[in-house]
Structure formats: C-alpha cells, structure tokens
Write a protein that binds this ligand. Sequence first.
Ligand SMILES: C[S@@+](CC[C@H](N)C(=O)[O-])C[C@H]1O[C@@H](n2cnc3c(N)ncnc32)[C@H](O)[C@@H]1O
Ligand SMILES: Nc1nc2[nH]cc(C(=O)O)c2c(=O)[nH]1
Ligand code: SF4
Ligand SMILES: [Mg+2]
Length: 215
Amino acid sequence: MAAYAVKEMFLTLQGEGLQAGRRAVFLRFAGCNLWSGREADRHKADCQFCDTDFVGTDGDGGGRYATAEALADRALAFWGKSLEQTEVRPFTVITGGEPMLQLDAPLIAALKDRGFEIAIETNGTFAVPETIDWICVSPKAGTEIVQRAGNELKMVWPQPGLDFRALQEWGFDHFLVQPMDGVGYIDTREACIAFVIQHPRWRLSVQNHKMIGLR
Ligand SMILES: C[S@@+](CC[C@H](N)C(=O)[O-])C[C@H]1O[C@@H](n2cnc3c(N)ncnc32)[C@H](O)[C@@H]1O
Ligand SMILES: Nc1nc2[nH]cc(C(=O)O)c2c(=O)[nH]1
Ligand code: SF4
Ligand SMILES: [Mg+2]
C-alpha cells in the first residue's frame, strides 16, 4: 500500500446498528467501487442513495497517510491517549466510501497493536478479513455480495431488487432494516417499523447521529 487516502477521521458515537451509542473513532476512507462520489454520476451509479461525501482527503483528520503506523497513531490520538491505560479498549469504526478498497493486513495489525477493537461498515462486495471484530454488511441491490456472513446485516430500505427472505438465509448474527434517508423519509421510516412488526427476525436501525446532532 503506497499510502492510505483518508477522507476524514473523528471521535463520535456510533449512530447505527447494534453498536449504536458506543464511543468510537470513525476512520472514513476516500473512494468507493459503487459510485464516483460526484453528483453528476449519481444517476448511473451502482449505489444511488449514498448520504456521504467520501471524495478526496480534505476533511478533518483526513489526508494521505504514508504508513499504517502513522494512521493508527492518529486514530489512537483521536481516541485520547489519556484513555490508553483504562480498562476500556479503544474502538474504531472503519467506513468510507468503501473501506475494503484500502483496509489491509498492516493497518489491521497496527490498530490491534494499539489495542483497538475494529468494526467495519462495508457494502459486502469484497471479502472482509476474519481479524475484524465486528462486521456490518449493507448490501446494495444489483451488486454481487461476496461477504455473506458477519455480525450484522444492515439492509437499507427500500431497495427494489433486494429480497429480504434471501438475505436472512445468510450467516449473520443480527438482521437490521434501516430507513433510507432522503425524500419521503418519514413514510419510509413508518414502513420500516411496519416491516419489523411483520418480520420479528429483523430489527430497526435508525441513524441516531442525524437526530442528535452528531457527525
Ligand atoms: C456511507 S456507507 C459506507 C460504508 C460502505 N460503503 C457501505 O455502503 O456499507 C455507511 C452506511 O450508510 C448507509 N447509507 C448510505 N446512504 C444511506 C441513506 N441515504 N440512508 C440510510 N443509510 C444510508 C450504508 O448502507 C451503510 O450501511
Ligand atoms: N455517528 C455516525 N455513525 C455512523 N455509523 C455508520 C456511519 C457511516 O457513515 O458509515 C456513521 C456516521 O457517519 N456517523
Ligand atoms: S456503497 Fe457505501 S459509500 Fe459507496 S456509494 Fe453506496 S453507501 Fe456510499
Ligand atoms: Mg454516515
């Protein structure tokens, strides 16, 4: 890996999924295989509902990190070095963009060396190393999902062409439905609630951070 392209890094609370509410250093990699990130390309992208700016390296804590050690050091600084000696392990959520385009064995090792517990948010089109502690896959309709097991499957809804009955046969511990943010959000959220009432294997994931003023 020549250099890691990081859009931004920040300390916040995980807003989504089973780990919602947990203190976490977010590491957002630049770039995605399902969309260029340019608005002009959105209508022809494989994933068209993305709520995230992952283009470039200009965000807070972003930049090009030449080595895994430098990137992991920065992540630990965001966690707070004074917390290093406490009984709570530092926790990072690796996201993007699509983090599996850049997350590699040296970076995982450097984060683990610093005590990090590592979660990933991925679209599932690449295999995730087993050394990742918490795997969240969020499938996109029409894409080939190779990562069909993990801790949580987070289905953004609605997505015509995604068959929830097929998804729930995959090897995940938890199945979540997350209302798609955008036009008609309130109705979408109501429909997701109705879905969970009908299908109790699934639970609702709301994007808490957007409602409570967190990043
Ligand atoms: C920005 S993506 C980055 C990680 C990875 N590329 C992925 O798609 O899982 C982080 C999470 O936000 C979800 N997401 C993106 N746009 C959304 C939207 N408009 N409404 C709800 N969730 C959204 C994705 O499905 C994914 O679970
Ligand atoms: N607080 C917070 N929680 C999140 N969970 C997943 C996010 C993501 O963009 O991957 C996200 C995010 O952007 N912010
Ligand atoms: S796969 Fe993830 S990062 Fe890529 S465009 Fe879709 S939601 Fe955004
Ligand atoms: Mg987000």
